[in-house]
Write a protein that binds this ligand. Structure first.
Ligand SMILES: [Zn+2]
Length: 173
């Protein structure tokens, strides 16, 4: 099955078998997510599944290596400021290809814009698991620096965690 047909079939299944009521309620009244999650694009790290969350419950920002730049910060700001979501979780994961790429070198093409951020975060660390944690902490510190300076944004809580892709367990740092 080619990818387009596979996606269309998946969407048909979703529309036909899922409960329409929550979708309609959220479309009518707007979203009020319970948490903002910045995580990797890795196909094995699915925040809605990891946290048993449904439609409207998580405001997810996914980018390879869960790095932060202006687009991610703008997305967080929108969810906090306009949707009233005050909990932000930066979620790294074991076996992250972006972290591995950054440990191997600076990468090429657009990937470099990601590995440069991770390399700055991990410094001289060469252990992938410790590098993953440093990369999460780097994003957490950046978020705190940007958002704790704006008390009007509210009582924002910013934390980091790592998901083990084998067990699915999330450990808060
Ligand atoms: Zn990753």
């Amino acid at each position: 099955m080619n990818s387009r047909i596979w996606l269309e079939a998946g969407n048909r299944h979703y529309v036909e078998t899922s409960d329409a009521a929550p979708r309609e309620e959220l479309a009518e009244n707007g979203q009020h997510p319970r948490a903002i999650v910045l995580c990797c694009s890795d196909s094995r790290v699915i925040p809605e599944q990891i946290f048993s969350a449904g439609i409207g419950e998580l405001f997810v920002i996914r980018v390879a290596g869960n790095v932060l730049d202006d687009h991610q910060l703008g997305s967080v700001e929108y969810a906090a400021d306009h949707l009233g979501c005050w909990y932000i979780l930066v979620l790294g994961h074991t076996g992250c290809g972006a972290v591995a790429a950054a440990l191997e070198g600076s990468g090429e093409g657009f990937i470099r814009s990601i590995t440069d951020v991770i390399r700055a975060a991990v410094g001289t660390e060469r252990d992938p698991d410790r590098a993953c944690r440093l990369n999460v902490e780097y994003a957490v510190e950046r978020l705190k620096k940007e958002f704790y300076a704006h008390p009007e944004i509210g009582e924002t809580v910013i934390e980091g965690a790592v998901c083990d892709i084998r067990s699915g367990a999330v450990r808060w740092l």
